[in-house]
Write a protein that binds this ligand. Structure first.
Ligand SMILES: NC(=O)c1ccc[n+]([C@@H]2O[C@H](COP(=O)([O-])OP(=O)(O)OC[C@H]3O[C@@H](n4cnc5c(N)ncnc54)[C@H](O)[C@@H]3O)[C@@H](O)[C@H]2O)c1
Length: 406
């Protein structure tokens, strides 16, 4: 359990969430960072960040951090006052729910080697999950703290958090004190002193996370549907968005059209919230999930029109970058892949330009590593986000990136 002063913190999972929290807390606490992937553990012990994040790399090399990575979960958890669980919770389409098995395997491991330890789930989980696992394992020492970081800014978003939220059980009362101690640890690691701290019951904290991400998906979907309307009616999307967003209640931010919302979290979190709505009347939550497929189908149709298909047989459609955003270091659920799948169903030839890939093909699609050759070979080039290097072939480019951001 947590106490005032320096604690031993074990972190389970060295992805964006676990790594940034581990580094943040290692400024004042002893951190044992656990993963099942040897390459992540090795990298961290060599002071290299296993994920692309400038702040994490700088912290590892410039600060006095007490952090050791290990594959030995049993050994780390046995010494821990608190175990932070940052394992993946992928969406399982068969169950129509998050797959929480990685989180539960950590809980079971902790209960086996150190039943007195506090556990804090940082993974995103279904609404009601923490209460269920407390009941299932007969253990009240499990808190939930939603994580709001963005990939590419993972540590920065914990150094300058928009808010710190910790969810605790209704009983026993000492769990509220543990939640306060955990919130204080996150706050003392941050660089902004006035960060709002909210303590609430864990089910409400779980709802905060899913409703926040579903709102972001709604906002992306809204401006994308505005853009679909403008494209079909031959209107200037930029003028409409600028005019709409100058209303301060709407705001001129997070309004750049795209091929859909994507990344690891928004698609799965909005689907999970919809699953939690199973017996609750709604229209909007359903529509937020559905809008993404509608948008990608529309985008695919426009690309085919630009390529002259089907009049032109087998046009070459170039896919410029597989990442979701310009600065991203992974392809998880990127919207362009949904567009690619729809194009693959038609008789077109796809060609990928993705400089971070070393292989010759990705999911059966040819990759080209030479930018000039790529630009020359394609009839149309599809870019979720525009880049200066596409300028020489800009007449071929299909993008909806109007504001060069997000
Ligand atoms: N990526 C984000 O932007 C973000 C933001 C907020 C919340 N989240 C949530 O946080 C959770 C983790 O996300 P992430 O992006 O950091 O994931 P990630 O896939 O980048 O990292 C998860 C890590 O956990 C490791 N792992 C799996 N099983 C383990 C086990 N039993 N013991 C120890 N390590 C184990 C994996 O090897 C991997 O390195 C997810 O629930 C996600 O929804 C992610």
């Amino acid at each position: 359990m947590l106490h005032e002063g320096c604690n031993t913190v074990a972190v389970a999972g060295l992805g964006y969430v676990g790594l940034s929290l581990g580094v943040l807390l290692a400024q004042r606490h002893r951190v044992l960072a656990v993963d099942v992937l040897p390459e992540r553990v090795d990298a961290l012990n060599r002071k290299r960040s296993p994920i692309a994040d400038q702040d994490i790399s700088a912290f590892l090399n410039q600060r006095e951090l007490d952090i050791t990575a290990t594959l030995d979960g049993d050994g780390a958890y046995a010494q821990a006052d608190v175990v932070i669980i940052a394992a993946p919770t992928n969406y399982d389409p068969a169950q129509n729910y998050f797959d929480t098995s990685c989180v539960e395997s950590v809980i079971e491991q902790v209960l086996r080697v150190n039943p007195e330890a506090l556990m804090v789930i940082k993974s995103t989980i279904p609404v009601g999950y923490t209460a269920q696992v407390r009941e299932k394992y007969g253990c009240s020492r499990i808190l939930f703290s939603p994580e709001f970081l963005r990939e590419g800014r993972a540590l920065r978003d914990n150094l300058e958090p928009s808010r710190i939220i910790v969810g605790y059980p209704e009983a026993p009362a000492e769990m509220k004190e543990q939640a306060e101690l955990f919130a204080a640890m996150l706050k003392e690691g941050a660089e902004t002193p006035d960060v709002p701290v909210l303590l609430m019951h864990s089910t409400e904290a779980e709802a905060v996370k899913l409703f926040a991400n579903t709102y972001l998906a709604l906002r992306v979907g809204y401006f994308n549907e505005l853009d679909t309307f403008a494209e079909i009616r031959g209107l200037d999307t930029r003028s409409i968005i600028e005019g709409v967003c100058l209303d301060p209640r709407i705001g001129s931010f997070y309004n750049n059209p795209s091929f859909g919302y994507g990344g690891y979290c928004l698609p799965k979190d909005s689907k999970q919230l919809l699953a939690n709505y199973a017996d609750v009347p709604n229209n909007l939550i359903h529509a937020i999930v559905d809008t993404n497929a509608t948008r990608k189908e529309f985008v695919a149709r426009r690309i085919l029109d630009k390529a002259g298909w089907p009049e032109k047989a087998r046009p070459v459609v170039g896919i410029y970058r597989l990442t979701m955003k310009s600065g991203s270091d992974n392809f998880r659920q990127s919207a362009i892949q949904g567009v690619m799948r729809r194009l693959q169903e038609r008789d077109v030839e796809l060609l990928i330009y993705e400089p971070t890939l070393t292989q010759d093909a990705f999911q059966g699609i040819r990759c080209c590593r030479e930018l000039d050759a790529f630009l020359a070979a394609c009839d149309v080039i599809v870019a979720n986000r525009m880049n200066k290097e596409l300028e020489p072939a800009k007449d071929k480019v299909y993008t909806r990136d109007l504001f060069s951001r997000d």
